[in-house]
Design a protein around this ligand. Structure first.
Ligand code: SF4
Length: 419
């Protein structure tokens, strides 16, 4: 548990031997954030052993787990990733390709996988392609990673993205690809807004210009008379620059980020999140004192971080704070691997936009429209999952329906799209 540099020493890594390896760096998917759920997860059957690293979330983990337990499979974690691993082991077939092809239609939801067998690296992306996954080449070897920026850091060459529904089997014979065509996609649009790094490429689009365009379109949708524009670092920096270019209002770095503090909204507890915000930013009062600021941020989830940012800026002397957000209001929870919040915790599920503005303490508030967001990314609307904005989930989220009903607001029903 913890940051990579806390969890592993150089000595730990130097002891590793072999020619194929996987690693995982993420908070846990379904199942609590406990050391036992840390990945990669190792799963065994009588004859086979695999390790699996999973990005995403499957929505039918519970019934699959029950079924596997009845068939004698044992679980050591509460994670949906172990369900995926055991589903693959339990599937009929003589080869990994056959086993995975059999398991895939039964796994509902989001899964980008790196699987380690005794002698192979296997990469799998779910048929909806919710989370990214890409292939790179380094020296005489191969590597896969969620984001292409990871390849750049290790000096690997980006080869291509792994397609939705594709299985890549990599061994001494090179890379073999197996894929059944899928007609429907549900790429998470939030990767473009926040999760992925701006130097990554997803669906052929470099994220940095997409984020700049979000800022540009925000300035068209919500112009304001102001002295300076700033982006909340780092995820909204590009959008802040885009807003500045389009509006002609000068850009400034009004907040400095403490690089030793992690992202705030994935911290498990409210208390830690609140402390994290204080530790995270330092306002540059000499720059912002007496100024009317446009502050561009990536998104508002619970609405706990933003009022603190507004407050910091006001204390540092900002005369006005006009918030511009690179995403529409988030009104529905995510069931595909983003542990953002329950429905009740989402501020836009409970409050109107004027109420949110008041809660945040901003002088004005503008959310990027859904059309504006899609225009900024520059890809067809049909390829995206937009469920946290629209409530139209790309697959039925049956497992969660009881929870959803409990969380539904008075007079509201959830829409579960069946397309
Ligand atoms: S619900 Fe939102 S965060 Fe979750 S996969 Fe869909 S677009 Fe991404």
């Amino acid at each position: 548990m913890g940051l990579v540099s806390q969890a592993f020493t150089e000595t730990d890594l130097a002891l590793l031997q072999g020619y194929v390896a996987i690693g995982h760096n993420r908070y846990s998917t379904t199942g609590s954030s406990r050391p036992v759920n840390a990945q990669p997860i190792v799963a065994k059957s009588d004859a086979l052993t695999i390790a699996i690293a999973h990005n995403g979330n499957i929505v039918n983990a519970k019934p699959l787990r029950d079924e596997l337990q009845q068939r004698g499979y044992h679980f050591h974690t509460t994670s949906d990733s172990e369900v995926i691993a055991n589903m693959i082991l339990a599937s009929p077939g003589q080869t990994w390709q056959e086993k995975i092809e059999y398991a895939m239609p039964r796994l509902q939801g989001a899964y980008s996988l790196a699987i380690l067998t005794r002698d192979k690296l296997v990469a799998v992306r779910d048929p909806l392609g919710v989370r990214p996954l890409c292939l790179g080449a380094i020296d005489s070897g191969w590597c896969v990673a969620s984001e292409s920026c990871a390849l750049d850091h290790i000096g690997a060459r980006f080869i291509r993205e792994i397609e939705p529904g594709e299985i890549l089997i990599i061994d001494g014979n090179g890379v073999q690809s197996f894929r059944k065509e899928t007609d429907k996609r549900a790429l998470c649009i939030f990767e473009y807004i926040y999760f992925a790094r701006p130097d990554s490429v997803i669906a052929g689009k470099l994220l940095y210009p997409a984020r700049e365009a979000m800022g540009r379109i925000l300035s068209e949708e919500y112009p304001v008379d102001a002295d300076l524009v700033m982006g909340v670092p780092d995820s909204a920096t590009a959008a802040g620059i885009g807003y500045s270019h389009a509006s002609g209002i000068p850009y400034c770095e009004g907040l400095l980020k403490n690089r030793y503090v992690g992202r705030t909204f994935i911290e498990p507890e409210q208390r830690i999140r609140e402390l994290g915000v204080q530790l995270k930013f330092n306002p540059l009062s000499r720059v912002i004192d007496g100024k009317r600021l446009v502050v561009v941020d990536d998104s508002i989830v619970r609405g706990t971080t933003t009022p603190r940012v507004v407050n910091l800026l006001r204390k540092a002397g900002a005369k006005e704070v006009h918030l511009r957000i690179c995403a529409p209001p988030i009104r529905y929870p995510c069931f595909f691997g983003v542990d953002m919040a329950t429905r009740w915790e989402l501020i836009a599920a409970r409050k109107t936009i004027p109420e949110i503005r008041e809660h945040l303490g901003a002088d004005s508030l503008g959310y990027l429209s859904l059309d504006g967001l899609i225009r900024a990314v520059g890809l067809p609307r049909e390829i995206f999952c937009l469920a946290c904005f629209t409530g139209e989930y790309p697959i039925p989220v049956q497992m969660e329906m009881d929870k959803l009903a409990l969380e539904a607001l008075p007079g509201e029903d959830f829409v579960v799209a069946d397309h």
